[in-house]
Structure formats: structure tokens, C-alpha cells
Ligand binder design. Sequence first.
Ligand code: IPD
Ligand code: CA
Ligand code: CA
Length: 264
Amino acid sequence: MIDYERVEHLVRQAGQMIRDAHVTGEQVHTKRNRADFVTDYDLRVQQYLIDNLKPLVPEAVFYGEEDTVGNDGRNSEEGFCFYLDPIDGTTNFVFGYHHSCTSVGIGLDGRIIAGFVYNPYNHEMYRAVRGQGAFLNDRRLWVENRELQEGILAFNGPVNRDNEGPFFEILRILYGETYTIRSSGSAALDLCRVASGGNVAYVQDQLSPYDYAAASVIVEEAGGVITQVDGSPVSLESNCSVVAGAPLAYERTREIVLSILNKK
Ligand code: IPD
Ligand code: CA
Ligand code: CA
């Protein structure tokens, strides 16, 4: 049995490290392309999480985003696995947007059993343990089953800048069906807002398991749906597309995305 209170405390501490940070130019580096940032804080926060989570479950595997000591960089189909995104919303972090979070998902035998997503700028802690409901701080979350037309759709831009594919065409149609659209720069927080009702749906062409592992159980425990665009479960092994939402809005979003993809 994992000490979830301790995990929550550590996620809060990690978030505090983000909030207290003073990012300078020499602490910012690029990864796959000029718009893909990593900072010294991403590494420091992930190291803090691994060093402090490891004693709780010594046999656990760590699937973290960053290259730090103790990170296995993969999931495990057996036993415990921690999915770590030390800073989700690094671009926001670099530019002082104050909209980023720390995300920790816990998997057991290839299934996410708990998730913690903390935004240190407004002290919002989203958490869920499978079978025990989802919460935003002390408030139990229930997704109201709204249509796509009855809310805000969140999205994040196409991952491959050299080949956007039909992404913006899809977005144009989705935009026409919703009240409006938002791109917050943090997939984990966008997904958590599906759970808390801020977003009626969310879509992105590609995310990594550490982006959505924690939020996936939060969405599901609140009564929302999250899958890949083709309707299959989100992968805990490698990158995949993600659609989430209140059941009705989720269905309509997927329908629109598929209709355009199938036209190509
Ligand atoms: C990114 C954010 C962003 C999403 C990107 C992710 P990072 O994570 O979640 O919203 O569009 O695909 O990579 O790099 O800030 O941890
Ligand atoms: Ca991320
Ligand atoms: Ca990150």
C-alpha cells in the first residue's frame, strides 16, 4: 500500500520549487527543436521526486521526462511505475506565465491507480485514487455531461512543426462548434480542467505518457472519458494522441477529428 499522503506532500513540495524558481537565460536549454525547452529546474525537480519517492516503493520503475539519476525512462507492465512530469508547461515556466504544474501518476501492473497534479501558482491540487473519486483540493469532482457546444475546448498545437497535417483544419471545425478554444501550454492542467468542468473537452495529436498518466485517472474518476483518437486506451508505453471530455463532448470531438482524418 502506497502512502498517498506522502506522495501528495512531495508533489506539493516539487510544485513549490517551481513557484520559488528564478529562471535565468543560462538555465534554459533546448531539446528536440528550438521551441522545446528544458531548464535546470526540470532536472532538479525530477531528481527531488525520484530521490523521495524511491524510498516509498523501492522496487518501483520511474518513467520520467528528463534524463536524471534513477530515471528508467520507460514504463513497467508489472509492479509499480511512477510517471513523472516535473514541470508540465515548461515554456510557460520559462516565460513567467505562472501556469505550470508537477504531475505524478502511479501505475500498478500496467494500469494507472492514482494521480496527483499540482499547480503551485494557485495552489490547486488535483488528485485521484482509482475507485475513490477525483478531487480538486477538498472538492469532489463530477463531470457534467455537456455537449461540445456547451463549453470550452482545450487543445495544444501539433507536435511536429514540419508536418502539421490536418491539425488546424480539425481545430477550425471544432472552434465552430464550441463557445471558444484555449491552449494553456500545460496538457496535464488542461486535462484536469476537463475533470473540474473548466474544459468540456481536450484534444492533442500527440502526448507522452508522463504528460497524461496522472490526469487520466483524475478525468476518469470524475466521470469523464480519455482515450486515443481511435478510441483505444491511452498508451502507458509511448506517445499517442489524446482526446478527453465529458462523455457527449468527447464523442463529438472524436467524431469530428476522425471525419477529417478519414477524408485524407
Ligand atoms: C508540454 C505541454 C504542452 C503540450 C506539449 C508537452 P512540457 O509538456 O504539456 O501543453 O502541448 O506537447 O510536451 O514540455 O511542458 O512538459
Ligand atoms: Ca509535459
Ligand atoms: Ca515537462
